[in-house]
Each structure stands twice: as C-alpha cells, then as structure tokens.
Design a protein. Structure first.
Length: 338
C-alpha cells in the first residue's frame, strides 16, 4: 500500500468516525411535525408559529420540519387537544382556558385581575408556578413547553357602549368554553354563551351573539372591527397561550430532538411576547381608525366590576387547590416587592 493510499484511508476513516460522532452527539431523525393553531397566519399567533418552525429547522439541520397550520384548519382548540392526547397530531398552541376541562390547575390563569402587568406575567409564567401548572399536563397526555402571550382581554359588542356594569345586562356575550369565564360574565349580568373561537366571527356577523372579549391583537387580526362597533377597555384578565406537544409522540423523541423543540419554543416565546406587545401598543389607534368606538371605564365603574369579579376567586381556589392558590399569591407578592 502506498503512503498516499494509507493516508487517504486514514483520512476517510476519520471522516466516517467524526460523522458518526456528530450523528451520535445529535440524535435527530427526519420528523414531520404538525403544529396547529386557531388564529390566522397574519396574527401574532401565526407570526410566532412561523418563527418556531424556522427555528426548529435551523436547530435540527433541516431534519425536523414543522408544518404550521392555522385558522383552526386542524379543528378548534378542544379538538386539537384530543388529537394530541391520542397521538394523531404532534403539536399545537392555544389558550390555557380551553385546557381547564383536561387539567384543572389551568384555571389559575382565568382568575380575573390576577396579573397586573407584563412583568408579573413573564415572571409568574416562566417561574415555579407556571412550571407547576404546565407540568400537570403530563399526567393528561400532553407536554407543555412554553407560554406565549395572548394578552389582556377587552370587551367588544355591537349593541352599545358599556360604561357601567348595568350596560352588560342582556348582552349575548360569547365566552371561551370555560367555567370561570362563564360564571364571571354571568356575574356581571351578561348572557354568557360558550363557543369555540373558530365559530366566533360568523356568530358575531349573524348576531347569534352580540359581543365577545379578547385582546386588542385578536380583535384586529380576526377583523372583529367589521362586526363590532363598541370596545370597552377592561383588561379583565391576562390570557396566556401555551405551546403543547402530544406526550405519546414526545416520549418517542430522542433527548436531542426534545431539546431542539424546547429551545425553539423559547425563541418563539421571546419573539411572540415582543411582537404581541408592539402590536398591542398601537392597536387601539388602528381599531379607532377602523371605526370602532372605544371607551375606558371610569375608575369607580372599573372598581365595581372588579369587586363583582373577585367573587369568583373562592371557587377558583377550591378548583385548583388552596395550596397552589396560596403559593401563587405569595409569588405575586414577591414579584411586586422585587
Ligand atoms: C379565545 C382565545 C383564542 C385562542 C386562540 C384560538 O377567545 O382568546 O384567541 O384560543 O388560540 O378563544
């Protein structure tokens, strides 16, 4: 054997070895991941889903492909959750509020006026309380990866400007399929009607319901201004979204694959929160320009609504367990003093 030949063979075996080494170091197989969501592609949810898909491709060297499927084309939240649990769909992002029937601790995030600003939101959701609630999903067949921001919710309707609680009387108000939202708005005097988000635009358009409540971003991206004249800035609750995976599927992934998804989810979260906040900051002006009549509640009226809504606190505490409730209050106290 010539020296050259020997050198070539040695070089080739080093190449083979190092290739298999990096394959070992990165145990990643080709994967197709269907990632469903409910809003349209032009929404904050759609933009962040795309960031997640791009990041997964980047971190996996193109082996893991996320197909982001929006506008509830894979079904409303509840249907996608069941598909994840059964292993028929890999991933989704949706409201924590629609998960309460599966994992009762999620109702913590439905508590009116629990979170007062985005600093409290990020610290609470990304800290031990958020982790605890997220990890409860594992017993139910889902893996919770990160929280995204849906945002502070506000009221819209087609009937009249709501300047005081009594104005809510008789308003047919769509709420999420969730008991806290149902009883909160019943308490305020509205005729609360639970409905999937995917049905909402046409329900508003046909006057099956008069109103709904969602963050500025969604009122804008789902074009609710076309069918809703009035908006009242209530900020009655901070709504998170949660990125979830099918546990059945997740458990078959290698540690490296799971890490790619978790790292990409965090990148998407940071992008999504900034994007959502930037959009929300100018959304009120945009909605006014689209013809909506917007009012803020007087401090006295806001206080009255708040007092009414905090009446649901006891039942939330009972549902999620007083330990979690008390830990959350303690954590919030810490955040507020820090
Ligand atoms: C609602 C929620 C929705 C989300 C979304 C479909 O009102 O705020 O925006 O569930 O993921 O249903």
């Amino acid at each position: 054997m010539t020296l050259l030949r020997r050198t070539l063979i040695a070089a080739a075996s080093v190449a083979v070895l190092s290739a298999s080494f990096s394959a070992l170091a990165q145990d990643i197989k080709p994967r197709l991941i269907r990632f469903g969501y409910g809003l349209n592609e032009q929404s904050n949810q759609g933009r962040a889903a795309k960031v997640f898909a791009d990041e997964v491709a980047k971190l996996s060297g193109g082996k893991m492909k996320v197909r982001a499927i929006g506008a509830a084309a894979l079904g409303p939240d509840n249907q996608m959750q069941q598909a994840l649990i059964g292993g028929a769909q890999e991933m989704m992002v949706g409201s924590t509020a629609t998960l309460v029937g599966i994992s009762k601790e999620m109702a913590l995030w439905d508590t009116p006026f629990l979170i007062g600003n985005v600093k409290e939101a990020d610290t609470l959701l990304d800290g031990p309380i958020g982790d605890k609630v997220r990890n409860k999903l594992q017993d139910k067949g889902m893996v919770g990866l990160v929280y995204w921001e849906n945002g502070f919710r506000n009221l819209t309707n087609s009937k009249r400007a709501i300047t005081k609680m009594e104005d809510m009387q008789g308003i047919k108000l769509r709420v999420m399929q969730n008991n806290v939202f149902l009883s909160s708005f019943q308490t305020l005097g509205a005729n609360a009607i639970p409905l999937a988000f995917s049905e909402l635009f046409s329900a508003l358009e046909t006057n099956t319901v008069d109103g709904q409540e969602n963050p500025f971003n969604t009122i804008l991206s789902s074009k609710f201004y076309e069918v809703q004249k009035y908006m009242t800035v209530t900020n009655h609750v901070y709504s998170p979204w949660i990125v979830t995976a099918s546990k059945k599927w997740w458990d078959q992934l290698s540690k490296d694959e799971q890490k790619v998804l978790m790292d990409a989810a965090k990148v998407s979260r940071d992008f999504e929160r900034k994007d959502t906040r930037d959009e929300a900051a100018k959304a009120m002006g945009d909605l006014k320009a689209k013809g909506m009549q917007i009012n803020e509640l007087s401090p006295v009226e806001a206080g009255r609504m708040r007092d009414k809504l905090t009446k649901v606190y006891a039942s939330i505490g009972a549902d999620i367990g007083m330990d979690l409730w008390n830990e959350t209050q303690a954590e919030l106290k810490k955040i507020r003093s820090g």
